[in-house]
Design a protein around this ligand. Structure first.
Ligand code: F0G
Length: 426
C-alpha cells in the first residue's frame, strides 16, 4: 500500500536537474529524478508508478483573479506554461433538478466533461502529455484505448504534427470514437483482445522505444486531468458558496480518481482546503468490470486483475486498472467508497441525464447510477452536496444512445399522413 496521504503532497527537496521546481518521484520508494532528460513511465528502482512533484503549490485564491480559461488557467500547477491546445477544459457544471429531487440530496451538479473539444476529459491530459512529448523530442505517440483516449491523442497528435498509433480492442469501441481517431489520421490497430491486452502490448512497444506512451500510466497525462478537480472546486464555490462533500465518478483505469486526489492533496498543501474539506472520492464501475470495487469492498491493498470483462459501457470495460495504487488511497483517505452498477442501471441513468438535458455516453452515466444506488443504500446522506462527473459525450456512442432512446416512427411523405399517424398514436 502506498503512502499517498492528504497530509503530505510530497514537497521534499527537488533532485539535481529539476531546475524549474518540477520533478518525478516514485509513489512507493525514495527514487526521484529529473523529468525531461529521459523517457520514463515507471520507477527505475522498484517499477512502481511515478508522480509529478512541484516545489510550490498555488492555492485556489491564486487562481481567482486569472482571466484565462481552461486547462492552462492552472499553468502554475502544471509542468509547463502552455501546450498544444484546442481550448480544452472549462467545461460546464450543470444543475440537474429532476435527478437531484429524485435521488434526494441537498445539491447535485454534473460536471460534463463531454463538452471538451473531442468530447471527453482525455483532452485535458493530452494537452499536457503532448507538450511533454515535444519536450522529449519523441517521434511517435501511442496509446491503448477503449476509444476516447485514441480520439484525443489522434486529434492532439495531428495538431502537433506527430505520428499517432492507437491499439483498440476489436469490436469493442463505440463508433464515434473510431471515427474520430480515423479522421484525425491515427494509424489504428484492432487487437484481437481486450483493452488490458492492448495496454500490455503498447507498454512493451514504449519500453522498446518504438513510441511515446500516452495512456494514464504516463504521469504527465494525470497533471492535465488534475484540472478537473480544480475547476470543480472553483465552479462549485462560485455557484453555491460552498465546496462539494462528494465527487462521484466512473472508474476504468482509475486515472481520474488518481488525478482528482492529487489535485486535492496539492490544495491541502497549498492551504486552500483542510483534509476534512476534501470531497469524498466515490468510484463507480460496471458490474462486469469491477476490480476496484472488489478491492474496496474486501479491504485489499492490491487490485486483482479480472481477465474476463464485459459491459455496455465499453469505455470502462477494463479489468486491470493501472492507476489503482494511486486511486485506492484516494478513495480511502477522502472517506469515499466504490460501487458496481448493472448495465440496466447505467442505461436508466443515461435516460435520466438526457431528461435533464445532459447527453452522455454510457460510462459517464455510471456516476449517476452509482449515486442513485448508494443513496438508496443510505451510504450517501440526504444532506450531501454532490458532483457527478460525466466523462464523455452522448455522440461518442450513437448506437447505445439510439438503443436507450425512443424508436423513430416511419410515416408517409405528406401532412395528412403525418397527422393520421399522430392521431393513431395518441
Ligand atoms: N469515462 C469515459 C468516457 C472513459 O473514456 C474512460 C476511460 C473512463 C470514464 C475511465 O476513466 O480510466 O480515468 O478511470 N477511457 C480510457 C480510454 C480507458 O481508452 O479512452 P479512468
Amino acid at each position: 500500500m502506498t503512502d499517498l496521504t492528504l497530509a503530505d503532497a510530497g514537497v521534499e527537496s527537488p533532485p539535481d536537474g529539476a531546475d524549474d521546481g518540477v520533478w518525478l518521484a516514485c509513489i512507493d520508494c525514495d527514487w526521484t529524478g529529473a523529468p525531461f532528460e529521459e523517457v520514463r513511465y515507471r520507477c527505475p528502482d522498484c517499477d512502481s508508478l511515478l508522480e509529478v512533484r512541484y516545489a510550490d503549490h498555488p492555492s485556489l485564491d491564486d487562481f481567482a483573479d486569472l482571466t484565462e480559461r481552461g486547462v492552462w488557467r492552472y499553468a502554475d500547477a502544471l509542468p509547463f506554461e502552455s501546450g498544444v491546445s484546442i481550448e480544452e477544459g472549462d467545461t460546464p457544471l450543470y444543475e440537474v433538478p429532476t435527478i437531484e429531487d429524485e435521488v434526494g440530496v441537498a445539491d447535485l451538479r454534473v460536471k460534463h466533461e463531454g463538452m471538451n473539444p473531442t468530447g471527453s476529459f482525455k483532452d485535458r491530459g493530452m494537452t499536457v502529455g503532448v507538450r511533454v512529448a515535444e519536450e522529449l523530442g519523441v517521434g511517435r505517440l501511442a496509446c491503448a484505448s477503449t476509444g476516447n483516449t485514441s480520439a484525443a491523442l489522434a486529434c492532439y497528435g495531428a495538431r502537433a504534427d506527430t505520428q499517432v498509433l492507437v491499439l483498440l480492442p476489436a469490436g469493442k469501441v463505440a463508433a464515434g470514437k473510431v471515427a474520430q481517431a480515423s479522421l484525425h489520421g491515427a494509424r489504428i490497430l484492432e487487437v484481437d483482445g481486450n483493452f488490458d491486452a492492448c495496454l500490455d502490448i503498447v507498454s512493451d512497444l514504449a519500453d522498446r522505444g518504438e513510441a511515446y506512451l500516452l495512456n494514464s500510466l504516463n504521469p504527465f497525462r494525470l497533471e492535465g486531468q488534475k484540472t478537473i478537480g480544480l475547476e470543480i472546486l472553483e465552479q462549485f464555490r462560485d455557484q453555491t458558496g460552498d465546496l462539494p462533500d462528494r465527487i462521484v465518478l466512473p472508474v476504468g483505469n482509475a486515472g481520474n480518481t488518481a488525478a482528482l486526489y492529487k489535485a486535492f492533496r496539492e490544495q491541502v498543501a497549498a492551504g486552500s482546503l483542510t483534509p476534512e474539506e476534501v470531497p469524498a472520492l466515490t468510484g463507480v464501475q460496471a458490474e462486469g468490470a469491477a476490480p476496484m470495487v472488489e478491492a474496496i469492498e474486501e479491504g485489499n491493498d492490491e487490485v486483482r486483475r479480472w481477465d474476463e470483462v464485459e459491459t455496455r459501457a465499453t469505455a470502462i470495460r477494463i479489468g486491470n486498472p493501472v492507476n489503482a495504487p494511486k486511486a485506492l488511497p484516494g478513495i480511502r483517505e477522502t472517506g469515499g467508497t466504490a460501487v458496481a452498477v448493472s448495465d440496466e442501471e447505467i442505461t436508466d441513468a443515461q435516460r435520466s441525464l438526457a431528461r435533464d438535458g445532459v447527453g452522455v455516453e454510457p460510462a459517464s452515466a455510471a456516476s449517476v447510477a452509482g449515486l442513485r444506488k448508494l443513496r438508496k443504500a443510505g451510504e450517501i446522506a440526504a444532506d450531501e452536496q454532490v458532483v457527478c462527473l460525466t466523462t464523455g459525450h452522448l455522440l461518442k456512442d450513437p448506437d447505445a444512445a439510439a438503443a436507450a432512446g425512443a424508436e423513430p416512427e416511419p410515416v408517409p411523405a405528406d401532412t395528412d399522413g403525418v397527422l393520421d399517424h399522430l392521431g393513431e398514436s395518441e
